[in-house]
Design a protein. Sequence first.
Length: 280
Amino acid sequence: MSTFTHSKSPLYDSFSFVQPKPGFSRSPCPALNALANHGYIPRNGTNISFWTLFGAIRHVYNLSFPLAMLLTTVGYITSGTLSLLPAKQSELSHNDTLLTIITRFLPHPSWTLNLASLCITGPYSIAHDASLVHKDVPGSMADPALVAQLLTLAHHKQSSPYNTSLSIPIKSKYRDGLTLCDLGCLHAEREDALPPTHKLNKLHEQVALGECGLAWCVMRTHDEDPEQGTIPVRVLEQWFGEERLPDGWWDVGGGRPVREVGLREAAKRAAEVGLFKDQN
């Protein structure tokens, strides 16, 4: 745990939650919007450098280096802006090497991202239909009706309409909340409701499955068997609905994953979510 994010640190206020101002850039992803709302990336959501976003998602959500690198790279390849910045003029020093002198006068590349660019739709973009809390139109705002549906499912879970013989745990000691099974069923329901002309392509299908699996990996309860974790209702309300880090995130034993979330774990959970669609 880094001291600069602990609730008792004098610098904690720098990362407190602040509602975005009108005109601030936001994405369809609550994880990224929460980073901006807390100031781990620029609060206006614009001109975010590659390494700034990489470091933020790795640190705040405790993702492994390979997983954070994959997510950041895909986002910047599909929605980022690569440009050349003019060289910074500065006085030469007698200690400068020839290579230093040459590179100092050369333009240097800059790879930046605006969160709103992730709302752009297309066959090779990240934005997709059948989101858990967003309507099937470009936009960054969570739909209140879909958020309410998510919370209703968490409060009053019904028996799964899908084949529950799959080797995915369904029961939890928590009465309320969403299991991985619940997320799988909800995703399958949202995708099945799409009109034939809006069916997800392979890229969007993998992105949607990955979002569900990774949300469960990061936001589930971490004080029990990892196969039985549940995303509590309070966490769903604050993360999906308010786009903020859940209360107590940085406390010892709080919401932040205790163990690093790796690429293999995220891929495994995404594949499990996909099994529910196959059972329909």
